[in-house]
Unconditional design. Structure first.
Length: 323
Protein backbone atom coordinates (compact mmCIF):
# COMPACT_ATOMS: atom_id res chain seq x y z
CA UNK A 1 0.00 0.00 0.00
CA UNK A 2 1.04 3.58 -0.42
CA UNK A 3 0.00 6.75 1.26
CA UNK A 4 -0.32 10.22 -0.18
CA UNK A 5 -1.16 13.28 1.91
CA UNK A 6 -2.01 16.50 0.11
CA UNK A 7 -1.77 19.88 1.83
CA UNK A 8 -4.55 22.30 2.49
CA UNK A 9 -2.97 24.61 -0.09
CA UNK A 10 -5.34 22.95 -2.55
CA UNK A 11 -8.21 24.91 -1.04
CA UNK A 12 -6.85 28.27 -2.11
CA UNK A 13 -5.81 26.88 -5.51
CA UNK A 14 -9.27 25.60 -6.29
CA UNK A 15 -11.05 28.68 -5.04
CA UNK A 16 -8.87 31.02 -7.09
CA UNK A 17 -10.03 31.82 -10.62
CA UNK A 18 -7.70 29.99 -13.01
CA UNK A 19 -6.41 31.92 -16.02
CA UNK A 20 -6.48 29.64 -19.08
CA UNK A 21 -2.98 29.27 -20.51
CA UNK A 22 -2.23 30.26 -24.09
CA UNK A 23 -0.61 27.68 -26.33
CA UNK A 24 1.82 29.41 -28.73
CA UNK A 25 3.26 27.83 -31.84
CA UNK A 26 5.00 28.57 -35.17
CA UNK A 27 2.89 27.32 -38.07
CA UNK A 28 4.25 27.00 -41.64
CA UNK A 29 1.61 27.49 -44.34
CA UNK A 30 1.78 27.22 -48.13
CA UNK A 31 -0.54 29.88 -49.56
CA UNK A 32 -1.74 29.83 -53.17
CA UNK A 33 -2.55 33.06 -54.99
CA UNK A 34 -6.26 33.16 -55.80
CA UNK A 35 -7.31 33.53 -59.46
CA UNK A 36 -6.66 37.08 -60.73
CA UNK A 37 -9.58 39.51 -60.84
CA UNK A 38 -10.08 43.24 -61.12
CA UNK A 39 -9.59 43.49 -57.34
CA UNK A 40 -6.73 41.12 -56.54
CA UNK A 41 -3.63 39.57 -58.10
CA UNK A 42 -3.37 42.11 -60.89
CA UNK A 43 -0.73 44.82 -61.23
CA UNK A 44 -1.52 48.05 -63.03
CA UNK A 45 1.86 48.98 -64.50
CA UNK A 46 2.93 52.19 -66.21
CA UNK A 47 6.13 52.99 -68.09
CA UNK A 48 6.92 56.71 -68.26
CA UNK A 49 9.62 58.31 -70.42
CA UNK A 50 10.85 61.89 -70.14
CA UNK A 51 12.75 63.32 -73.13
CA UNK A 52 13.00 66.52 -75.16
CA UNK A 53 11.04 68.37 -72.49
CA UNK A 54 8.10 66.00 -72.94
CA UNK A 55 6.69 63.18 -70.82
CA UNK A 56 4.77 60.26 -72.24
CA UNK A 57 3.53 57.04 -70.69
CA UNK A 58 1.68 53.85 -71.40
CA UNK A 59 0.04 51.28 -69.14
CA UNK A 60 -0.63 47.58 -69.14
CA UNK A 61 -2.18 45.12 -66.70
CA UNK A 62 -0.26 42.08 -65.47
CA UNK A 63 -1.75 39.10 -63.67
CA UNK A 64 -0.10 37.21 -60.82
CA UNK A 65 -0.05 33.46 -60.18
CA UNK A 66 1.94 31.26 -57.85
CA UNK A 67 2.36 30.74 -54.14
CA UNK A 68 3.85 32.20 -50.97
CA UNK A 69 5.34 30.30 -48.06
CA UNK A 70 4.75 31.89 -44.67
CA UNK A 71 5.42 31.12 -41.04
CA UNK A 72 2.73 32.30 -38.65
CA UNK A 73 3.21 32.91 -34.95
CA UNK A 74 -0.10 31.90 -33.42
CA UNK A 75 -1.49 31.84 -29.90
CA UNK A 76 -4.12 29.10 -29.60
CA UNK A 77 -6.76 29.59 -26.94
CA UNK A 78 -6.92 26.37 -24.90
CA UNK A 79 -10.69 26.12 -24.53
CA UNK A 80 -12.00 27.17 -27.94
CA UNK A 81 -8.77 26.54 -29.90
CA UNK A 82 -9.35 29.89 -31.63
CA UNK A 83 -6.20 31.18 -33.34
CA UNK A 84 -4.80 34.62 -32.53
CA UNK A 85 -2.06 35.37 -35.06
CA UNK A 86 0.61 37.70 -33.70
CA UNK A 87 3.46 37.28 -36.20
CA UNK A 88 3.98 36.85 -39.96
CA UNK A 89 7.12 35.97 -41.89
CA UNK A 90 7.37 35.26 -45.62
CA UNK A 91 9.83 32.38 -46.00
CA UNK A 92 9.67 31.48 -49.70
CA UNK A 93 7.44 30.61 -52.61
CA UNK A 94 7.31 32.12 -56.08
CA UNK A 95 4.83 34.24 -58.01
CA UNK A 96 4.88 34.81 -61.76
CA UNK A 97 3.91 38.01 -63.59
CA UNK A 98 2.31 37.78 -67.03
CA UNK A 99 4.17 39.41 -69.93
CA UNK A 100 3.51 43.10 -70.49
CA UNK A 101 4.25 45.56 -73.31
CA UNK A 102 4.22 49.34 -73.62
CA UNK A 103 4.30 51.80 -76.52
CA UNK A 104 5.16 55.44 -75.84
CA UNK A 105 4.44 57.67 -78.81
CA UNK A 106 6.47 60.88 -79.02
CA UNK A 107 4.67 61.81 -82.24
CA UNK A 108 7.11 63.23 -84.82
CA UNK A 109 10.04 62.56 -82.52
CA UNK A 110 9.66 58.78 -82.57
CA UNK A 111 8.54 56.31 -79.97
CA UNK A 112 9.71 54.08 -77.13
CA UNK A 113 8.79 50.39 -77.01
CA UNK A 114 9.19 48.40 -73.78
CA UNK A 115 8.41 44.82 -72.76
CA UNK A 116 8.59 42.74 -69.62
CA UNK A 117 8.94 38.98 -70.14
CA UNK A 118 9.41 36.00 -67.85
CA UNK A 119 9.10 38.16 -64.76
CA UNK A 120 8.72 36.38 -61.42
CA UNK A 121 9.60 36.98 -57.80
CA UNK A 122 9.07 36.18 -54.17
CA UNK A 123 7.79 37.84 -51.02
CA UNK A 124 10.08 38.64 -48.12
CA UNK A 125 9.85 40.05 -44.60
CA UNK A 126 12.27 42.87 -43.83
CA UNK A 127 12.70 42.27 -40.08
CA UNK A 128 11.00 38.98 -39.23
CA UNK A 129 8.61 38.29 -37.80
CA UNK A 130 6.33 41.13 -38.83
CA UNK A 131 3.82 42.08 -36.16
CA UNK A 132 0.16 41.13 -36.61
CA UNK A 133 -2.50 42.76 -34.43
CA UNK A 134 -6.16 41.88 -34.73
CA UNK A 135 -5.61 40.32 -38.15
CA UNK A 136 -3.89 43.44 -39.55
CA UNK A 137 -0.22 44.11 -40.31
CA UNK A 138 1.86 46.96 -41.70
CA UNK A 139 2.47 46.44 -45.40
CA UNK A 140 5.80 48.20 -45.05
CA UNK A 141 7.11 45.24 -43.00
CA UNK A 142 7.16 43.14 -46.17
CA UNK A 143 8.29 43.46 -49.78
CA UNK A 144 7.75 41.77 -53.15
CA UNK A 145 11.05 41.21 -54.95
CA UNK A 146 11.06 40.78 -58.74
CA UNK A 147 14.19 38.70 -59.29
CA UNK A 148 13.50 36.76 -62.50
CA UNK A 149 12.88 37.87 -66.09
CA UNK A 150 13.86 40.73 -68.36
CA UNK A 151 12.75 44.29 -69.03
CA UNK A 152 13.69 45.51 -72.51
CA UNK A 153 13.24 48.98 -74.03
CA UNK A 154 14.31 50.64 -77.28
CA UNK A 155 13.48 53.81 -79.16
CA UNK A 156 12.97 54.97 -82.73
CA UNK A 157 13.43 58.31 -84.45
CA UNK A 158 14.95 61.22 -82.56
CA UNK A 159 13.96 59.67 -79.20
CA UNK A 160 15.68 56.44 -80.17
CA UNK A 161 18.89 58.35 -80.69
CA UNK A 162 18.90 59.47 -77.07
CA UNK A 163 19.66 56.03 -75.62
CA UNK A 164 20.92 52.62 -76.62
CA UNK A 165 18.53 49.67 -76.35
CA UNK A 166 18.05 48.95 -72.65
CA UNK A 167 18.01 45.48 -71.09
CA UNK A 168 17.42 44.94 -67.37
CA UNK A 169 18.16 41.41 -66.17
CA UNK A 170 16.15 41.11 -62.96
CA UNK A 171 18.23 38.19 -61.66
CA UNK A 172 21.16 40.62 -61.60
CA UNK A 173 19.30 43.84 -60.81
CA UNK A 174 16.11 42.88 -58.95
CA UNK A 175 13.29 45.36 -58.45
CA UNK A 176 11.63 45.74 -55.05
CA UNK A 177 7.92 46.45 -54.73
CA UNK A 178 7.39 47.34 -51.06
CA UNK A 179 4.23 46.44 -49.26
CA UNK A 180 1.84 49.35 -48.99
CA UNK A 181 -0.85 50.51 -46.62
CA UNK A 182 -2.25 47.84 -44.30
CA UNK A 183 -2.41 44.15 -45.06
CA UNK A 184 -4.73 41.59 -43.51
CA UNK A 185 -4.22 38.05 -42.30
CA UNK A 186 -7.39 36.17 -41.44
CA UNK A 187 -7.33 32.77 -39.75
CA UNK A 188 -10.70 31.06 -39.45
CA UNK A 189 -12.20 29.36 -36.46
CA UNK A 190 -11.13 25.71 -36.32
CA UNK A 191 -13.06 22.86 -37.82
CA UNK A 192 -12.42 20.02 -35.40
CA UNK A 193 -12.72 16.42 -36.54
CA UNK A 194 -11.47 13.81 -34.11
CA UNK A 195 -7.96 14.70 -32.92
CA UNK A 196 -7.35 17.27 -35.69
CA UNK A 197 -8.14 20.97 -36.02
CA UNK A 198 -8.24 22.58 -39.49
CA UNK A 199 -7.86 26.32 -40.10
CA UNK A 200 -8.33 28.39 -43.28
CA UNK A 201 -5.95 31.29 -43.93
CA UNK A 202 -6.48 34.33 -46.17
CA UNK A 203 -3.66 36.83 -46.67
CA UNK A 204 -4.10 40.16 -48.48
CA UNK A 205 -1.06 42.37 -49.19
CA UNK A 206 -1.17 45.66 -51.17
CA UNK A 207 2.06 46.41 -53.07
CA UNK A 208 3.46 49.43 -54.88
CA UNK A 209 6.21 49.79 -57.48
CA UNK A 210 8.26 52.90 -58.24
CA UNK A 211 11.50 52.07 -60.02
CA UNK A 212 13.75 54.17 -62.21
CA UNK A 213 14.93 51.90 -65.04
CA UNK A 214 17.23 54.29 -66.87
CA UNK A 215 18.57 57.82 -66.45
CA UNK A 216 20.77 59.90 -68.73
CA UNK A 217 21.16 63.61 -69.24
CA UNK A 218 18.39 63.76 -71.83
CA UNK A 219 16.32 60.69 -71.07
CA UNK A 220 14.62 59.03 -68.03
CA UNK A 221 12.53 55.85 -68.01
CA UNK A 222 10.49 54.95 -64.89
CA UNK A 223 8.22 52.00 -64.04
CA UNK A 224 5.39 52.48 -61.55
CA UNK A 225 2.49 50.31 -60.51
CA UNK A 226 0.27 49.01 -57.77
CA UNK A 227 -1.89 46.04 -56.97
CA UNK A 228 -3.14 43.71 -54.28
CA UNK A 229 -1.77 40.24 -53.66
CA UNK A 230 -4.19 37.76 -52.16
CA UNK A 231 -3.48 34.15 -51.28
CA UNK A 232 -5.29 31.44 -49.38
CA UNK A 233 -4.29 28.21 -47.73
CA UNK A 234 -4.99 25.82 -44.91
CA UNK A 235 -3.16 24.15 -42.07
CA UNK A 236 -4.05 21.18 -39.94
CA UNK A 237 -2.68 20.56 -36.47
CA UNK A 238 -3.40 18.07 -33.71
CA UNK A 239 -6.14 19.48 -31.54
CA UNK A 240 -4.44 21.29 -28.66
CA UNK A 241 -4.77 19.43 -25.38
CA UNK A 242 -5.72 21.35 -22.25
CA UNK A 243 -3.09 21.01 -19.54
CA UNK A 244 -4.59 18.76 -16.89
CA UNK A 245 -7.18 17.15 -19.20
CA UNK A 246 -6.34 13.46 -18.78
CA UNK A 247 -9.50 12.05 -20.33
CA UNK A 248 -9.43 14.48 -23.29
CA UNK A 249 -13.02 15.60 -22.82
CA UNK A 250 -12.10 19.27 -23.34
CA UNK A 251 -12.27 20.30 -19.69
CA UNK A 252 -10.19 19.99 -16.55
CA UNK A 253 -12.32 18.67 -13.71
CA UNK A 254 -12.69 16.05 -11.04
CA UNK A 255 -12.62 13.24 -13.55
CA UNK A 256 -9.06 14.14 -14.48
CA UNK A 257 -8.12 14.38 -10.80
CA UNK A 258 -9.46 10.86 -10.23
CA UNK A 259 -7.26 9.48 -13.02
CA UNK A 260 -4.24 11.26 -11.53
CA UNK A 261 -4.98 9.97 -8.00
CA UNK A 262 -5.59 6.40 -9.19
CA UNK A 263 -2.16 6.29 -10.85
CA UNK A 264 -0.17 8.41 -8.43
CA UNK A 265 3.37 7.05 -8.07
CA UNK A 266 3.25 4.95 -11.22
CA UNK A 267 5.88 5.24 -13.96
CA UNK A 268 5.85 4.15 -17.57
CA UNK A 269 2.48 5.81 -18.04
CA UNK A 270 1.18 8.79 -20.04
CA UNK A 271 -1.49 11.47 -20.25
CA UNK A 272 -4.49 9.11 -19.81
CA UNK A 273 -3.08 8.14 -16.39
CA UNK A 274 -2.46 11.74 -15.27
CA UNK A 275 1.12 12.32 -16.42
CA UNK A 276 0.63 15.95 -17.44
CA UNK A 277 4.34 16.82 -17.52
CA UNK A 278 5.15 14.08 -20.04
CA UNK A 279 8.05 12.76 -17.95
CA UNK A 280 6.60 9.26 -17.72
CA UNK A 281 5.64 9.24 -14.02
CA UNK A 282 2.59 10.47 -12.14
CA UNK A 283 3.62 12.68 -9.24
CA UNK A 284 3.06 15.98 -7.46
CA UNK A 285 4.19 18.06 -10.44
CA UNK A 286 1.32 16.61 -12.46
CA UNK A 287 -1.08 17.45 -9.66
CA UNK A 288 0.11 21.06 -9.73
CA UNK A 289 -0.71 21.27 -13.44
CA UNK A 290 -4.18 19.86 -12.83
CA UNK A 291 -4.80 22.24 -9.92
CA UNK A 292 -3.56 25.30 -11.83
CA UNK A 293 -5.96 24.55 -14.68
CA UNK A 294 -8.93 23.23 -12.75
CA UNK A 295 -12.15 24.57 -14.27
CA UNK A 296 -10.64 25.30 -17.68
CA UNK A 297 -13.01 24.30 -20.46
CA UNK A 298 -16.04 23.90 -18.23
CA UNK A 299 -19.21 25.80 -18.98
CA UNK A 300 -19.22 27.36 -15.52
CA UNK A 301 -16.96 27.62 -12.49
CA UNK A 302 -17.92 24.95 -9.93
CA UNK A 303 -19.75 26.06 -6.84
CA UNK A 304 -17.60 26.75 -3.75
CA UNK A 305 -19.18 23.77 -1.97
CA UNK A 306 -18.01 21.47 -4.72
CA UNK A 307 -14.53 22.92 -4.57
CA UNK A 308 -14.41 22.48 -0.83
CA UNK A 309 -15.34 18.80 -1.12
CA UNK A 310 -12.59 18.28 -3.68
CA UNK A 311 -10.13 20.06 -1.45
CA UNK A 312 -11.18 17.96 1.56
CA UNK A 313 -10.86 14.76 -0.43
CA UNK A 314 -7.42 15.76 -1.61
CA UNK A 315 -6.27 16.31 1.94
CA UNK A 316 -7.16 12.78 3.03
CA UNK A 317 -4.73 9.92 2.60
CA UNK A 318 -5.14 7.97 -0.65
CA UNK A 319 -4.85 4.30 0.00
CA UNK A 320 -4.43 1.74 -2.71
CA UNK A 321 -3.62 -1.91 -2.74
CA UNK A 322 -0.92 -3.06 -5.12
CA UNK A 323 -0.10 -6.58 -6.01
Amino acid sequence: MKKLVLTMGLVSVLLAAATPPVLADLIPVDLTLVPPSAQVNTLELTITAEALGMTFGDSDTATLTGNALVELTINFQPVTFEADTVGLEFTGGRFAVSNVSFSLDFSLFGEVQATGTGIAGTLDTLAPPGLVVGGAFAGSDHVAILNEGTVYAYGTGIVGGLFDPLTVNLSVDPIAAPGAQQGSLLVSSPVIAGPLATYDVTLTQPVELDQELFRDTDFVVTATGSGVLQATGQFVIPKPVLPGDANLDGKVDGGDYTLWADHYGECGVGLPEGDFTGEGCVDGADYTIWADNYGTGTAAIPEPATLSLLALGACLPILRRRT
